[in-house]
Design a protein around this ligand. Sequence first.
Ligand code: TRP
Length: 458
Amino acid sequence: MSTQTPAASPSSRDGFSSRFGVFAATLGSAVGLGNLWKVPYLTGTHGGAAFLLVYLVATLLIGLPVMIAEISMGRKSRANAVTTLQTLAPTRGPWWLIGVLGMLAAFFILAFYSEVAAWIFAYILKAIRGEVISSDPTVTADEFTALIGDPVQSFLWQWVVLVLIGTILMFGITKGIEAVTKRLMPLLFVLLIVLCAVSLTLDEAKAGLEFLFKPDLDELTTSTVLVAMGLAFFKLSVGMGTMMTYGSYFKPDQNIPVTAFRVMCADVAVSLLAGIAIFPAVFTFGFVPEAGPSLVFITLPAVFSQLPFGQTLMVAFFILAAVAATGALLSLLEVPIAIFHERLRISRPRATVLTLGLLAAPATAAAFSQNLLINWQVADMTPFVLFDYVSSNIMLPLGGILIAVFVGWRWGWPAFSVALSNEGQLRNQRLARVIFTLLKYVTPLLVILVMAQGLGLA
Ligand code: TRP
């Protein structure tokens, strides 16, 4: 357990202990079901390579600068997201509300994300037992529908996941988050590369790769661009204070832009590898890429059943996905936990229990979205879909605009450049200028434009 007292001074504050630990934990936050579930199904339903291209551009121009902004703010203040905005605002003002908005977004994301993680964990067991493996997608579809249609299983698996993640978090930063992600992230890469190697030997590998990498720009619409941008925020875990919170655990000599850039590259690599693992197989066995959210749960098991060692590979895939989900969930829960721990001065275990308690209502609404509450819809969306849509396409971009505006127009250039250069230790002023200019002008304008268009406001 963490021995830290609630009102710890900065020097005794828990944090990441090594360079690799910082990288693994930050990458562990970025890499998640986003890469293995969202990127493949959104790419599949939005036309393939053109969507992927917009997502990559948004990642570089919007996601990366906001990530760098968040980490440097967090490291400067060494505190949770709410306190960070409060202390960095030169004159007080309602800036801390950005932290509150972020915490709200964390609960929205956690609610549906923990349910998808629940299906993943359930599928590990099902795959080991050989239950979901069939070459007939109507059979695999029935299996999936039975799982999500069962309120008891949906609810229980979700709490298996949440209690597991909550337990890790009670151990704190070094002994909890860092210890776990340091071991799991390398495993994820190894498993993914094995799956890619198998997929590339399949007959229709070329069709799969073309779908992923040969853009057809006619496929793009304004709502597609909004979804791609929302994905860029979601993927890098930015726009809601996660990276601020993790930044507060960074060591003073960590090179922030370099670390952020590496995390972005590794995260994009995992998404592309996931696509390479999935789409050649989808095309080879005559499935459609447009299956939607069920792609990994219905299409993939049918694909695996046709591969040599299919069942073993399938177990491997779902373990991989569970690993990815774990690192991301840790970072999502850490945002409210850090806020409650430091603002309410309660111990980490208590803050964890409080967070899970508050999460219970929205999480249950998400768990029951496909069964008991299926008719409980707002604008044709179940709670599950609504939480996902509102968080990615409204809350994260909005948080991103506010963070960019905060850095560009309030925190300001002198403070930002000092933070980015580790108090003058690094010679990266030109780079810092570029990032600052992006944050001050480009990010807010671009995000407002895409949001207005995508939401049909302009
Ligand atoms: N980035 C993670 C993924 O791709 C999800 C995630 C973790 C996240 N922390 C976040 C998304 C904070 C938005 C904000 O699965």
